[in-house]
Structure formats: structure tokens, C-alpha cells
Design a protein around this ligand. Sequence first.
Ligand code: 26W
Length: 828
Amino acid sequence: MRVSNNENHEALKIEGSNIFADKQTFMKEFVQTLATNSSKALDEASSIDFYNTLGTMIRSHVSKNWISTNKQYNQSGEKQVYYFSMEFLMGRLLQSNMLNLNILSVVNEGLEELGINFASISEEEHDAGLGNGGLGRLAACFLDSIASLQLPGHGCGIRYKYGLFEQKLIDGYQVELPDYWLKEDYVWEVRRSDRSVNVRFGGYVETKVVDGDILFDHKNYETVLAVPYDVPVVGFENKTVNTLRLWSAEPSNSEQDFHSSNRENYYKFLNYKRSIESISEFLYPDDSHFEGKKLRLKQQYFLVSAGLQSILNSYKRRSNQSLQDLHDKATFHINDTHPALIVPELMRILMDDEGFGWDEAWEITTKTCAYTNHTTLVEALEKWPVSLFQELLPRIYMIVEEINERFCRELWAKHPGEYDRISDLAIIAHNQIRMAHLAIVGSFSVNGVAKLHTEILKQREMNNFYTVFPEKFNNKTNGITHRRWLMNSNPKLSSYITEAIGQRWIKQPRDLIGLVKYAKDAAFQEKIAKVKLDNKLILADYIKNKTGIIVDEHSIFDVQVKRLHAYKRQLLNVFHIMELYNLLRENPNIDMVPRTFIFGAKAAPSYTFAKKIIKLINTVANVVNNDPYIQGKLKVVFLENYSVSMAEKIIPAADVSEQISTASKEASGTGNMKFMMNGALTIGTLDGANVEIHDMVGNENIFIFGLTSEQVLNYYNYGGYVARDIYNCDPRVRTVLDQLLDGFCGNDKVEFKDIYYQILSNNDEYFVLKDFDSYVEAHQKVDLNYRDQKEWLKKSIINIAHSGKFSSDRTISEYATEIWGIRPFLVE
Ligand code: 26W
């Protein structure tokens, strides 16, 4: 049933899950399921058995609503969105599904009575780490919001056998181990072999003219069977269960039959099988540098072709409408350029399989596809060499070539003689296919992920396209699901919030603004302080267990957790720590609030510079943590293998959130929002969504420092920055840099020379030295402010109060109305 937004809210109130009538019912079913699943009695079973039992029970309860959701979407013909992404960084699902089903307390109580601890069961779930960082986690938050807002929308991704590598630290160096997350059966997925489709690679295309029509005959291709595994996406306290469909590559049946006939063929078959399965074998662990690897292009086409075929098959199964009106029924969202092949693949299906002419197919395609850009880093832009592309995807290449030709011809008609402009905009140039250009030309909407980012796209990075297609460009500032990042990860804070302002904020996160009234309220401040301290104690305990380092829960927990990249400037953070340490070595009695610096970061395996920074952090940590002279005023902790589930433990315990990228480089950031929502104060540059956080909380509730994006971009364009001048003039900077080479860290003197030269000889591309002074000053402010706990708590509460804007529910409502054209749909 379709409902308006208001009615929808009313409906949400009365909906709710009644999976288990009471504790007793739950306990009985739990014991029964345990016996059926594992043939074990309670006292014989392990935590994994308990986890599997609970997971299986929940999934089977969800299946009823899952079936009815699908049925009702299909019957109503409601428009649906398909979010195509190479990454879905889902993390754990047990607790978030339980929250959304409203069964956390009944299950907790039931388990307790059975003598089972829920937290330890929950720890058994292996994170689904099918993403690198920001982009993949955003996709996961979006799925949660789409279902929670009762919107018809699904995820479409790859079921990688290995997720993002597991990070080990050996002697302070990052070492990567495979993340075989499917070791145990994954309780949340259902294999849907009946929905498998074939995807074709390689071969050649023969062109024939039949009755005046040109036909394209793809020959001698290799067929890969794409098998979908569906994961239910459960909405919060409603009956919506959307689908995350993850594709796995398998040998096709026909190849299997062909090869199984004799012994020689059998070995050929094994080789073939291995090469096919490699397509969905692992997630590429690099989200900073584009690498033109054939396997990666295979993954992209595999996702896009399988996803589109299955969507169009089901569309055709349920309606006899023509695909002519596809844009009224579906939007295909292109999450960064990785799935941009949707554009030519949809063209191929419409023309070659469905018989549309070019113009009609193009109109349908460009009304159906929408694209989000997540980065302006030039080195991350995808550009495929024509030869590789053409060999792997001959028919798709022909289509891209035709799109390019027609686009360039149009440009020529509008701007005759402007060769430079046209070659700037072309999709194919210098023997490369520019995927961002393909995505922009083939989509009706192009959005950035924070106000500043979108402005930079429009005014600078994509200005040439903005001039041609101004109407396509729009902003959708990122968000995070407050259900995972506040309600689940910080339940005590959540209940104090509800005590103060009632529970409406849960469905209307903007209502958190009501907390402003309590910012100076002594009793409320005390509660906030207590929650933070409790969370810090829990984290301190975790740190001790994982690293052996003992940290003082009364010190300032100053946290930087995110991927390791030069532009995110973990280096600036370490230089500041080295400076503090140098001060303490001079005078251990200086007046400072003790600090605990906490890091978590994975570097791409081939990113040597980033790996050096990890080694530097660990080296500095080793010196600082073991120096009794500084009286424990400084501790540095690097937590190994940062992940979604670890973030859920760290963020609620943070006092200070480090968001210190070189202005203009971080498209949005979403960690910044998670920290803010949990009451940490941000020290940050005016970059990405920090700008909007600053706008919301006001200058006095955030510590802003450093160059603005304008200044940074001017330096890039016109020069004028000389890092060595700062080295020469600022003795603090000189000391810290010299320490990289003088064996201060106890290492041989060449270990950190690359960092030294990157800064001084390569002129410090990310302005670390330039921003050093104002960063130190901002940290001095943090120290001073923290001493006045009342003031600090006030600021903290104001941050929480303004964090409602950054719920992904807001972001998704904007996508739904301004891009996708979908409406809430009440599943009954
Ligand atoms: C080609 C390799 C590659 C892989 C992934 C290049 C680039 C990517 C992603 C687009 C990088 C990414 O995750 N970007 C982040 O997206 C977040 C969600 O919008 C933003 O919050 C981050 O600022 C942005 O860095």
C-alpha cells in the first residue's frame, strides 16, 4: 500500500514486530532450534552454536515479511531503486537486525535466563567486510535507512569470498592476511540458484544486416554463471524487508558438461573453474589508486550484467509492460564509477535483446541511471585502456564508442571548432575510457556527497561537464544510520537521550535538537559524563586485552580511525604527538591533561608510503609508552585490524575526533558524523562534511584549524608554498623532522627517510607542515577546554543535539524525492 510521509509516520508507530510473544516463547524456540540445527543440548553447545541458532531463528522469522515485501512490490508495480555498488561494508547483522525487529530485550532476557551472555554470542559473528571504507560503509547505512523509511530499494553487489584483508602488526609493520569470512556458513544469506544468469566475456562480434536491420552476433565468448545470494535488509519497526543481492561467479553448466567428457578435459575444466571463480574471489583492497587490472574490470562487468539481467527478468516476469517505461519503475544507482558499465550494458540489453533502436534505448537508459561521485582525487579516477576493455567486452566497447561519438558530435554542434573542450569532455581519449565521463553522460543525475565537495565538482573538477549539463548536478550530503551508530553502539547514551526528550528522535533524528535545552543542565551533563566514562573504561579494558597497553580513563581519548592515506594526514597527528613528547622530555611537569592517542587504520597493501606511516605510529608509540620519565601523560595506541565492529567499540568512548584531511581532499567523511553523534568534539579542517558540522554546531563547539580548501587549491594552481621554509623557521618542526632520520625512534636511520623526503624534497603535497602550527594551537585549546568539564560537556551535548541532520534517514529521503522518485510503501 502506498502512503504519504505523514500517514507513513503514523503507521510506523503502530507497526512493530511480535516475533516472540514473551521470554518463555523465545527460550523454548531457542532450545528447540539449537537441537535441530546442531543436535546439541544447551550444556554441550558453544558460543558459535548459540550464534548460529539465534541467527537462523531470526532469519526464518524475517522470511515471512521478506516474501510479502517482494510480493507486494511486484503486485503494486511500485517504482524501486537498485543501488549498484562494488562494496557493501555491512559489518555484523545480528544486533542491528534484532534492534530493527524490536526483540533486543526479550532475547537478552531469555538468554540471560538460559545462562547465556548475548554480548559474547554477538562477538562470534564475523564482520561482512565487503568494502574498503567510506564508500562501502555508506552503502550499508543507506540500505538500513531505505528499509527503515519503508522505501522500495535494494542493494546489488558481489559476494566476495574474501573480504578486506585482515591486518596484523608484526614488529610495527602491517602484514595482510586473507579474510575468509565464509568459513562458517553465513546465516543471513540464501542461495538463489533459480535466479542465476549467464554473463559473457571475450570473443568477437559479427555484424550482419537482416531485413535492413543491423544485428550484432557475439561469438566465441566465455560464459560465466552468476549465482545470487540474497541477504534480507530489515527495516526498523516495520514490515519492510528489502534485499541485498550479492553475486557469486561459478562455471556455467554448459562448460561443465563439455569439459567433463574425458580426462584431459577434466584438468582443463579445473583450470577454467578456477579462473571463473576468481571473479568473485576477493575485494580489491585499494581505494586510493586506480590500477587497470583486467580482473577488476571483469568484476565490474560481472556485477552490472548479472544485476541488470536479473532485475529486467523479474520486471518482464511480472508485467507485460514494455521496457519503454522502465524509468517509471526503476532507478539504477551507480555508486562511484565502479558500476558505470550499467550504461552500455543497459543499452546492449535494450538494443540487442529487446529490439529497441539506439535513440529509444538511449532515452530509457539516461532516464534510469543516476551516479554519485565520491572522490576528486585524480589518482583514483578510473580510466580503462581501450585494448584491454575491447578484448574483454567487445560488444560493450562498440556501444561505448558509439556513445562517445554521438556525444562528441553533439558537442561539436553546440561548440563548433572547440577542439580542446571536446577532447576534455570525450569519454574515450588517449586510448583510455574515462568512466566518470561515461557515468555523467549516461545518467540523469550526478551528485556529490557534501556541500563543499559538490561545489568543488561544479566549479572545478567537473566544471566542463557542469557547463554542459548544469541540471544534472546536485548535492546529497552523506549520513550514517543512527540505529547502528547511536542506538546499538551506545545504548546508555540513547536511553538518557530518550529520558530527556522522549523517544520521537528515534524515528525523527532531527528531534535530537531538543537536547540543546539540556546542554547546561547539570544533571544531564552528569549523565553524559558518566556514559562517556563507562564507555572509556570498556575501551580501556579492550585496549589492555588487545595490546597490553594500560591507558588512563581520565585522560583525553583522542581518536583517529579511518583508512590510511597521505591526504587524511595521520602524519600530522603523529608529528603533533612527537612534539608533545619532546615538550615532556624537556619538562615532564608541564601542565597538560593526560592524552591517549588512539589510531586504527588499514593501508592498501601496495601503498608503501601509507605503510611507513603505520610503522612510524607504532615506533613512536613504543618510545612514548615505555618512557617512565613522562609520567604516563602520553599514551599512543594503534589498534590492529580496524573494522566496523571495532569502530562500534571505539567511537562511543572518544572525547576528541580527528578529522584533519587537507582541505578539499576528503569528499565528505562519515566517521566525523559518527563521533559527533556520540558526543566527541571534532578537531578538524574545513573539509568535506566538517564544513556542515561546523555550520551546525557553531565555531565555539568545534576546533577548526588549517588552510581552507580555497587556499589549498590556490597553492596547487599558483604555487607559493615552500615546505622547507617552515622547516627552517619553526624549531619544533625541524626537531620532529630531524628525529625521523637521527635514530630517535630507536630504528636504523633510513627507516623513515621516505617520509622526510616526501615532506622536504617533494614539497609536502598535503600541507602537513603548513598546517602544523594551527593544529598545535587547536590542540592547546582542546587541552584548556577539557579542564572545564562543564563547558566541555555543554559542547558535547550541543554536538549530539545537532547530529540529527547527519542521520542517513535524512540523506535517503533526499535521494528518494530528489533523485530516485520513489515513495514510502507500506508492506502489510
Ligand atoms: C579505483 C579504486 C577506488 C576504490 C574506491 C577509488 C576510489 C574509491 C572510493 C570512491 C573511495 C571512497 O571510499 N571515498 C569516500 O567515500 C565516502 C562516502 O561518500 C566519503 O565520505 C569519503 O570522504 C570518500 O573518501
